[in-house]
Design a protein around this ligand. Sequence first.
Ligand SMILES: Cc1cc2nc3c(=O)[nH]c(=O)nc-3n(C[C@H](O)[C@H](O)[C@H](O)COP(=O)(O)OP(=O)(O)OC[C@H]3O[C@@H](n4cnc5c(N)ncnc54)[C@H](O)[C@@H]3O)c2cc1C
Length: 419
Amino acid sequence: MQREVLIIGGGMAGLACARTLSEEGVPFQLLEASDRVGGRLKTDTDGVFRYDRGFQVHFTAYPNAARLIDTEDLNPGAFLPGALITQGGAPLLVDQGRTPKKLIQTALSPLLGIADKLAVLRWTASLKGKNTTNLFAQVDRSALEDLSERFSQDFIDRFAIPFFAGVFLDRSLEVSANRLQWVWKMLSEGDTILPEDGIEGVTKALAKGITQGSIRPHAQVDTITRAGGKWQVHLRSSETIEAEVVVIATDVVTASRLTKDSFDTEMFGSTCLYFEAPEEPLAEPYLVLNGMKRPGLVNHVAPLTKVQPGYRLAAGRGALVSVNMLGVPDESDEALAEFAKEEIAPWLPKTQVAEWQFLRSYRIPNAQLAHRPGYAKRQPKMVYDDAGLLLAGEYVQNSSIDGAIESGVRAAKRALERL
Ligand SMILES: Cc1cc2nc3c(=O)[nH]c(=O)nc-3n(C[C@H](O)[C@H](O)[C@H](O)COP(=O)(O)OP(=O)(O)OC[C@H]3O[C@@H](n4cnc5c(N)ncnc54)[C@H](O)[C@@H]3O)c2cc1C
């Protein structure tokens, strides 16, 4: 069998590539190893609730996603911009102050000093003036170094570490400063949302418009070779498919294996525990962050049905809450659930946390790339071989929904040029 373009992998990158080729009318096939497309954006259901495979949010300010996905199609539920941060007891509010009331609440909050609050406003305004290209072209360094020049140590300990740990899944802030600034820009220039269908709603919206019959699930690629002026893609099932152009849109570890190259594969993991609470634990849809200097297990708590009622499928059931930890602990689910409830109880004094029922967990060892300072210069290039072997995925752009989508669109445009 022969195809003009073969896409390997149906995550955000592979789907964005497929969507762009579909719009251009180019014949292609997308080979996906698992039962369905979406990659790391999948949502399971049991008829009672929706469970994302790991806590994940979508930013409406993502520029590449916005070109392909209409946010309104997602029926979004939004977090309030900011967070509740606990130092051990009832959490304090840090809101980005988009309304006068919130601005005053944040100005009066004892959590951060006035100098830091003003520095946040200056920093946010300075990022507004930068586009993504010039932001990533800046000389890079660690986020910790960058933030230390702008803010007090107190701000870093109380806010930056717990907040950005939730984003980068690491508390060291040794992530690239450019990357952290980009995330802050996205956060402050739009809403942080959950689709009505769960995070897989983003997958469904991106897959809309892809040529029917072009996606093949349960098709795992083992090797790629070149013979007779064509690429030959060999599947685990022993089938071989020939193509003019091949786009490797898998995770970075598989891409390294398929190219026999050594890409930077350092990743951080996370663990997500779901609980049913008899009632909503918070009056407003904020994320609750662990701002203690010596945190225990829990990094952040998300009141999912408060943010997005679509996560509840069965009428008359309680609230769905996700409790998120960094890394993948060895303890059993039951032990983790008990530790978590004990840790959270003082944060939510008006809620009977002891009554929360543990529902299920997801342990994800390879959730996000580490993106150390200067990572953008070390990333593999999209054109891996001039003869038509292209790379797409977060590992050629940045570890996010938007980075993966951007890489897929760029690969599709390059494939079109070649054909
Ligand atoms: C817990 C968690 C939280 C996150 N939080 C956020 C967040 O809040 N916001 C955000 O923007 N991003 C977040 N991310 C990151 C974001 O999900 C990823 O950057 C993005 O989904 C990566 O997409 P991708 O297409 O590059 O790769 P993937 O999603 O890994 O897709 C690769 C696809 O290739 C397939 N594949 C692999 N090997 C083969 C093979 N041999 N043959 C055929 N197919 C193969 C896989 O099955 C998969 O479908 C989070 C990720 C996780 C896991």
